[in-house]
Design a protein around this ligand. Structure first.
Ligand SMILES: Cc1cc2nc3c(=O)[nH]c(=O)nc-3n(C[C@H](O)[C@H](O)[C@H](O)COP(=O)(O)O)c2cc1C
Length: 144
């Protein structure tokens, strides 16, 4: 079975209140562990930026569910590639609130401009999430 990495960005809708967000985090942790899916979900009040890694069929099926989820809209695929290894193998789904991202990391990726995740290339999106995960790994370790 091929291992794939998928990254998308989307816009949070009004249907996604704090309770709904909490539910997404809970369901993701449980179901991703069972499905051997790993990754990171970066969110703030306006967007979701998520990386899903795992067996191709499983990631494809989950992405189908996610695209139809009314808690977000304008789901835009940034990257879909076959990979040899996972970048986020330690996390069933690491959750990073954008406000907690290290300022230097943000500066490195925005170069002083406003951060717009929809403008990221596939490589930029992957590099950004790897950096975010690396710099917040201590915070994320508690979420494994
Ligand atoms: C931004 C976002 C990210 C999500 N990430 C995941 C995820 O990583 N894993 C997961 O199982 N569901 C995730 N979901 C929830 C799925 O869209 C869907 O509700 C869930 O997988 C369906 O579970 P059920 O069939 O048990 O009801 C996410 C939803 C949103 C809006």
């Amino acid at each position: 079975m091929q291992l794939v990495r998928l990254i998308y960005v989307s816009v949070m809708t009004e249907a996604c209140d704090t309770t709904a967000l909490q539910r997404i985090l809970e369901v993701s942790r449980t179901k991703n562990t069972a499905r051997k899916i790993t990754g990171v979900l970066c969110y703030d009040p306006s967007f979701f930026l998520q990386c899903l890694e795992g067996p191709k069929d499983t990631v494809n099926a989950l992405y189908g569910d996610i695209v139809r989820d009314v808690r977000h809209k304008d789901v835009t695929l940034l990257e879909y590639v076959t990979v040899e290894e996972r970048e986020f193998g330690a996390w069933s789904m690491a959750f990073v609130h954008a406000s907690t991202i290290d300022k230097q990391v943000l500066e490195k990726h925005t170069q002083g401009l406003r951060f717009d995740p929809f403008e990221l290339s596939s490589e930029q999106a992957n590099d950004f999430l790897v950096d975010v995960a690396h710099h917040t790994s201590r915070h994320m370790a508690a979420q494994r």
